[in-house]
Design a protein around this ligand. Structure first.
Ligand code: S3P
Length: 441
């Protein structure tokens, strides 16, 4: 992607954030809905699907493997599943674009197929580590060829997989989900143990498709050979996208904003818990369960935040929200320390480095560490206008759009077209509730 492909201009928010908005559908659940539906028997009807580039990459990969998929049309998708052994070889490489979840989960799905496939990605994805999935899949008998641990990833036609009992060295829902997907195709049981809880959307969704997964403490095990049956999936709004508004409304004085129908899965609400520890005023309204996932409306009112030491146990539960949490910490009273978040260095960009560079350019007092950040909050200060490199990373771009709401000058964020990977329509929705942000071609 070109470094000047599109910019965002964010500037001082002169009035409070108000109203009631619904952010787009959950990205993690959207990927999983399409993949599981593709290998289910019969039709799966999906609503609330994220029509962002990442989830579309998964959809196009499944189409290339022979699956007929209608939509997306206003979040509705109809997948005509082919059953576990119904996929066929694509006649081209499967392009996962910017989406790590697409690539890593597809590795698991493709490892058990009787044909070979190649997964490719964009410049950012091509630099991301894939051994974390390739190595354990190898233990299951898969043959995976990478470019020194990075994409492209070639998955060689499988002679048959065997189940494994594997303890993951890192807390990663992508690794867990990929191995459990491969486990569906394996002889015997596959048992995966995680070092800390990670998002459990795959396990939950399997219930709807009729797959039995046993959960004992930190371990999940499933018996190979189970059949998936098409079902209905209702995807809630993405808490990772809602996070930008939780922080913006917290730091812009006088704000009072409702975020509707937000996914509140316990493995995803770290951002709400961390902001509350910092003194944020977030009310959970009308909690309910929709399609096996907890959902609620969130009311957020501005408040004076305070610096905290983020408990390391909360880090995997808020892993995608740290860019905007670092912004929140800049306006908190006192110091905020984040540790144990070294995974941020291998996301769509090195998010620790990208945030340190950008926040320093804005005049914030921050110091990156190997596994996190130390931020000296300046509750009464404004950031200063400057130009930021988003590194083509959607969450860095949106985090600085939020930072701009408390800046004395314009923050220009470069290379922001990838915002559409997770949050199509971000600028429009931000403006609806009063944020000062413009898009520049
Ligand atoms: C995801 C898991 C997380 C997260 C990513 C989505 C998923 O990655 O950062 O945005 O959908 O499983 P890791 O598994 O690498 O922690």
């Amino acid at each position: 992607m070109e470094s000047n492909d599109q910019s965002l201009l964010a500037s001082t928010c002169t009035s409070p954030l108000r109203g009631s908005i619904r952010v787009p559908g959950d990205k993690s659940i959207s990927h999983r809905a399409i993949m599981l539906a593709a290998i289910a028997k019969g039709q799966t009807s999906v609503s609330g699907f994220l029509e962002g580039a990442d989830a579309i990459s998964t959809m196009n990969a499944c189409r290339a493997l022979g699956v007929r998929i209608e939509g997306p049309n206003k979040g509705h998708v109809l997948v005509h599943g082919l059953g576990k052994h119904g996929l066929s070889a694509a006649d081209h490489d499967l392009d996962c674009g910017n989406a790590g979840t697409a690539m890593r989960l597809m590795m698991g799905l493709l490892a058990g197929q009787s044909f070979s496939s190649t997964l490719i990605g964009d410049e950012s994805l091509s630099k991301r580590p894939m051994r974390r999935v390739a190595d354990p899949l190898g233990l299951m008998g898969a043959q995976i060829v990478t470019n020194d641990g990075k994409p492209p990833v070639r998955i060689v036609a499988s002679p048959g997989l065997n189940g494994i009992d594997f303890s993951m060295p890192i807390a990663s829902a992508q690794v867990k989900s990929a191995l459990l997907l491969a486990g569906l195709y394996a002889q015997g049981h596959t048992r995966i143990t995680e070092p800390a809880p990670t998002r459990d959307h795959t396990e939950r969704m399997w219930g709807g498709f009729g797959v039995k997964v046993e959960i004992e403490g930190a371990s999940r095990s499933l018996k190979g050979g189970q059949t998936l049956h098409g079902c209905e999936i209702d995807i809630p709004a993405d808490i990772s996208s809602a996070a930008f508004f939780l922080v913006a409304a917290s730091i812009v004085p006088g704000s009072d904003l409702i975020l509707e129908h937000v996914g509140m899965n316990l493995t995803r609400i770290g951002v709400v818990d961390i902001l509350r520890l910092m003194g944020a005023d977030i009310e959970v309204i009308n909690p309910r369960v929709v399609g096996g996932e907890p959902v609620a409306d969130l009311r957020v009112r501005s408040s004076q935040l305070r610096g905290i030491e983020v408990p390391t146990s909360m880090v995997p539960l808020a892993i995608d929200e740290f860019p905007v949490l670092f912004v929140a910490a800049c306006f908190a009273q006192g110091q905020t320390i984040v540790r144990g978040a070294e995974e941020l260095r291998v996301k769509e960009s090195d998010r620790i480095a990208a945030m340190e560079t950008g926040l320093l350019a804005c005049g914030a007092q921050v110091r990156a560490t190997a596994d996190g950040m130390v931020i000296e909050g300046q509750p009464d200060a404004s950031l200063k206008g400057c130009t930021i490199q988003s590194q083509g990373d959607h969450r860095i771009a949106m985090a600085f759009a939020v930072a701009g709401q408390r800046s004395s000058g314009v923050i220009t964020i470069l290379n922001t077209s990838n915002v559409a990977t997770s949050f199509p329509g971000f600028v429009g929705l931000a403006k609806v509730c009063g944020m000062q942000v413009e898009q520049q071609a």
